[in-house]
Design a protein around this ligand. Structure first.
Ligand code: DCM
Ligand code: DCM
Ligand code: DCM
Ligand code: ZN
Ligand code: ZN
Length: 303
């Protein structure tokens, strides 16, 4: 996502934090970020081209080697994450680090800012897709301007929607999404959002392991504690259940919504735009709510 998308995720999450998570977020981010996940959510993008942080660039996505044009979408951690790591392993690493009281305040703040950002990016369908470098190499048109498919999904469609429906006010947009979560059309979906069960998973596996945010965090913190130096060594370890479910959910939109388009069509008007906007609203609201739940389990032991 671009800045607007990330800020939306952060501001939504801030509304759903439990007391200990809120307290950590406020004191860790401090006045630099107005004590808010909304203000801190774009930091990871602001440093990714700096020499000192170049290593973090691959952590913003996972290159899923599926075939979205043939209607075949999938994400597999072993196939797609690679030795250098990806957004899936980055979420595990920074979840471990934000929890480690032995790390410095600035190291834990950095970990929090990465979590804040990556739980947003994992909901962007083209951040969980390898095809044409996540759509970066596909020319597109948005509101009459030349762009590429990835940028249209990161910023173009959302900017157009905010202008058309929310007078370009991010605050109004965030309020509208929070209201949908608390009392509107998303309310009945929130339990499902936190369940970490995949609808595309066979029933046999779904019942078996009952993946959960609590289960992921518990295992991660145990594995971190077990290692002498506090560094996670995940190579031989089962991947976290929830981030993989989130990635698969976003990736499914590549087959249903992102790639079915007619070459040359303007993506920010007409039927493509009308189909994309509800997906972007949903993905941002959902990832904001999940970000709060993730931090709530880390710091308060419950969602
Ligand atoms: N680093 C990291 N994870 C990576 C790569 C690097 O945490 N996958 C950290 C370790 C170094 C710092 O970034 O302290 C600088 O890395 P580099 O040596 O790649 O510049
Ligand atoms: N770092 C990281 N993840 C790790 C280890 C290090 O992101 N598992 C980052 C945090 C700092 C930098 O590397 O930005 C410094 O790392 P080091 O502690 O290796 O100097
Ligand atoms: N990106 C991606 N998948 C890739 C490469 C890049 O999702 N395989 C994302 C990261 C940025 C955007 O695309 O949001 C542009 O990346 P860059 O500036 O590195 O070209
Ligand atoms: Zn992007
Ligand atoms: Zn990013």
């Amino acid at each position: 996502w671009g800045n607007l998308g990330h800020e939306t995720v952060g501001y939504i999450a801030q509304e759903f934090l439990l007391p200990n998570a809120l307290s950590f977020v406020q004191s860790s981010l401090g006045s630099t970020y107005n004590q808010s996940l909304g203000n801190a959510a774009t930091w990871a993008d602001s440093v990714r081209y700096e020499t000192a942080y170049r290593w973090s660039a691959p952590y913003h996505f996972v290159d899923a080697e599926d075939e979205p044009l043939q209607g075949s979408c999938s994400v597999q951690e072993t196939r797609d994450c690679g030795d250098g790591g990806c957004i899936l392993t980055a979420i595990a690493n920074y979840t471990s680090r934000v929890s480690q009281t032995s790390l410095s305040a600035s190291q834990r703040q950095e970990a929090l800012k990465f979590i804040d950002h990556f739980l947003g990016d994992i909901g962007q369908p083209l951040h969980v897709e390898a095809y044409e470098v996540g759509g970066n190499d596909i020319d597109a048109v948005c509101a009459g301007k030349s762009t590429n498919l990835h940028a249209a999904w990161d910023t173009g469609i959302l900017t157009t929607s905010l202008s058309a429906t929310y007078s370009s006010s991010l605050t109004s947009y965030v309020s509208a999404l929070v209201k949908r979560i608390k009392s509107g059309s998303y309310k009945s979906l929130t339990d499902e959002w936190l369940s970490c069960t995949s609808t595309t998973q066979p029933a046999s596996r779904r019942g078996l392991s009952t993946p959960s945010i609590e289960g992921d965090i518990k295992r991660l913190l145990y594995e971190t504690q077990e290692s002498e130096d506090g560094l996670l060594r995940r190579a031989s370890i089962t991947p976290l259940a929830c981030p993989l479910v989130w990635a698969r959910e976003a990736n499914a939109y590549d087959c249903s919504t992102v790639f079915p388009y007619t070459s040359g069509d303007d993506l920010c008007t007409g039927s493509y735009f009308d189909a994309a906007v509800p997906v972007i609203d949903l993905q941002l609201a959902k990832q904001g709510y999940r970000l709060a739940a993730w931090l709530n389990v880390i710091f308060d032991g419950e969602t």
